[in-house]
Design a protein around this ligand. Structure first.
Ligand code: HEC
Length: 157
């Protein structure tokens, strides 16, 4: 079959053509998590964990790996970031109601203690994002405590 023989060539052409389309990058100027950090006041170790293990998908700023220059990996990464931010965006904290903030912190404690976050496909390639048992404990403790702040009110400034 002639067509079958042409498939590799067609795929190559498609792959090359894909390189011309670059998904928009998730890039924030300045201190994009200021409100979140001020309100939830994480200790230094938790701040570092959030930065290294969560912000790439849950904030307005992603530190991209080099292979983000290669399509279709770039499409796949953009999709993860978009989906992650839709569910939880620490850079959008000022627009979260106390109820929503409390709920997201509860989910954070749950997902992290169950080992569901950070996503496996992320920690495969981001070694520093992997969490130790102590890091999980620290993150969960902070999330549960700051959740209470929102539930008990008044709002922390
Ligand atoms: C590689 C991207 C990625 C990383 C890194 C990541 N997440 Fe997620 N996260 C997602 C995606 C995508 C979803 C939505 C789909 C799902 O639940 O699997 C999600 C969902 C969540 C949710 C559920 C929010 C809701 O209410 O629906 C929480 C909470 C969460 N992540 C917390 C975290 C925390 C905390 C970290 C860091 C320890 C983290 N994530 C790291 C991609 C990521």
């Amino acid at each position: 079959m002639k067509v079958v023989k042409k498939i590799p060539l067609i795929l190559l052409v498609v792959l090359v053509a894909m390189q011309f389309y670059r998904p928009e990058q998730n890039f924030a100027q300045g201190n994009h998590t200021k409100v979140f950090l001020k309100q939830t006041n994480p200790p230094e170790d938790v701040k570092t964990i959030l930065q290294e293990s969560c912000y790439d998908c849950h904030s307005d700023n992603t530190v991209y790996p080099w292979y983000n220059n290669v399509a279709p990996i770039s499409y796949w990464i953009a999709d993860h970031v978009q989906d992650g931010k839709k569910h939880l965006n620490f850079s959008d904290w000022e627009n979260y109601s106390p109820k929503k903030a409390a709920h997201k912190l509860e989910e954070t404690a749950e997902m992290v203690s169950e080992g569901e976050m950070p996503l496996k496909e992320y920690t495969w390639t981001h070694e520093t994002a992997r969490l130790t048992a102590e890091q999980i404990e620290a993150l969960v403790e902070w999330a549960e405590q700051s959740k209470l702040l929102y539930e008990l009110g008044p709002q922390p400034e």
